[in-house]
Design a protein around this ligand. Sequence first.
Ligand code: NPW
Ligand code: K
Length: 549
Amino acid sequence: MIDAYTGAGVRAAEQPLLDAGHGDILMRRAALGLSRVCETHLRRANRKGLLSGTTTVILVGSGNNGGDGLWAGSFLRRAGVMVTAILTGSTAHPQGLKALRALGGSVVRLEGQGSATDPNTAPDASIAGFHALDRGQALSTMTSAHLVLDAMLGTGAWGGLRGEAAALVEDFNAIRRESATGPRIVACDVVSGVNADSGEAPEPVLKAHATVTFGAAKVAHVVAPGEQLTGHLTVIPIGIEDRLEHPSVYRLEAQDILAAWPRPTATDTKYTRGVLGVVAGTPSYPGAAIMSTNAAVQTGAGMIRFLGDASTRGMVLAQSPEVVCSDDQPWDVHVQAWLAGPGVADDESQAARVQAVVEAQEPAVLDAGALTAAAQSVADGRLGAHKILTPHAGELEQVYEWLKGFGVTDDAPDRTRIEAAPVHWAREAARLTGATVLLKGATTIIASPGSEEQDQVCLSIGQASPWLATAGSGDTLAGILGAVVAHVAEHPEALRRLGEWARGDGRWAAAAALGAGVHALASRVDGEGPVPPTVLAANVRRVLRTKGQ
Ligand SMILES: NC(=O)C1=CN([C@@H]2O[C@H](COP(=O)(O)OP(=O)(O)OC[C@H]3O[C@@H](n4cnc5c(N)ncnc54)[C@H](OP(=O)(O)O)[C@@H]3O)[C@@H](O)[C@H]2O)[C@@H](O)CC1
Ligand SMILES: [K+]
């Protein structure tokens, strides 16, 4: 599990050490770790695996992120690397500058670059004497290096890159798009301009091959879009680790998912394993019912009760004879949890069942066609953490429109805004609806609503293959989620090994994250390649059977 923190969370842990005058030591530890990762990349760039003869360009901002870069440059110099620092702010970390220069590193400044608040500011007297490169010169210095270290902005920055630094990165990216070769890019702490706390990434950004961060991972490393720009992440311990408090986001990795997956014991029966009721599909869209019930079967649900029309029931049974089918209403059957919504559209009787599930006491996965009913019901009160909404960004836009219509919020983000800051909007949707929200995307975000008893829990799941983006993949996820939620409904303590946060309301977020995690793992069972939903569902069995025993 990766515990990811906000910049403020890390700063709070650093503060006592800074107050005690250990700031320089922290920075040098950070920079030493950073230089080691750079060395690994530089050795790979040199056919003989040597550091001498390799070149590094460091883009250096005005804050401590630039300080890390300059100190790392001094360590690289000591190892024989040729280092050029290009100062992109109106000032630069004085001790870092001194250290790099003392070891023969060259320092230049980017012409026309002012401060963040005023791009027209002249360079500070401390750096005005350095030779100025125009953008074209800086660009060719960068492109001819073996490695570019991005140390312009870190956790203390606000907004994206600006002015000449932004233009330089834009020009560099244009060259990069045209050429398969080029320098390795290593980011110091976070990719410059990416918001460390939300993962927002205002263009332009220098996509990294690797990022080296300090003390702990930041939120931006585990949520989209920041995660996609981070490359390989290394966390360098700097002595603050024991002082870190509550992570902002938990990333569950494969081993966490498999170790925490709830497994039946010898005393379990099909009922104690959790009975899942499914309201999905219509005569026009029967596929969603077939795929979601099949996925729940493959995930090992104790028992599945499917409610729907006769023709859909026939198809569900033909695919999965294990499913108990009827045309009952939800209040007529006893289940531990519900799954409602896949493939439910333009059908009054299924819509009525969906409505009944939204209003039912039991926990429920509310997907696709159930999201509107769920959002509308918020007008009558919060849904409860045991209701799990599973929108993608486009569906979340719709949910927000409903919430705005009911006066629950003034701000209804569109899909683009949601995709730019998914962790923010998933958290906000959970808070507003009172439900657990699982937002599907490049990384899947799960947020609990939070309450007086328990802080909001936020999780992120990666590992999904891009091949997963196919019709029916969401129905498969819904079935997996339904199965695990039904189990957790019957065994409230089943996920406690994940941590204290996985108890109480947090257990629904934990269950949803495990479901999303298994879905993602199932997409990669045989490496990268097409995974149609039927294969995906069969892979779930393989994921759960072959590992984590
Ligand atoms: N704390 C510690 O002990 C440790 C911290 N560590 C390191 O410190 C980093 C955080 O350092 P930080 O707080 O100095 O912030 P950071 O991001 O370098 O720069 C902020 C400055 O940049 C500017 N600026 C802001 N926005 C801008 C924009 N959009 N575009 C352009 N410029 C912009 C603005 O200055 P201005 O230009 O206005 O003068 C502002 O003052 C952290 O990421 C880690 O690397 C490690 O060494 C471990 C020990
Ligand atoms: K950076």
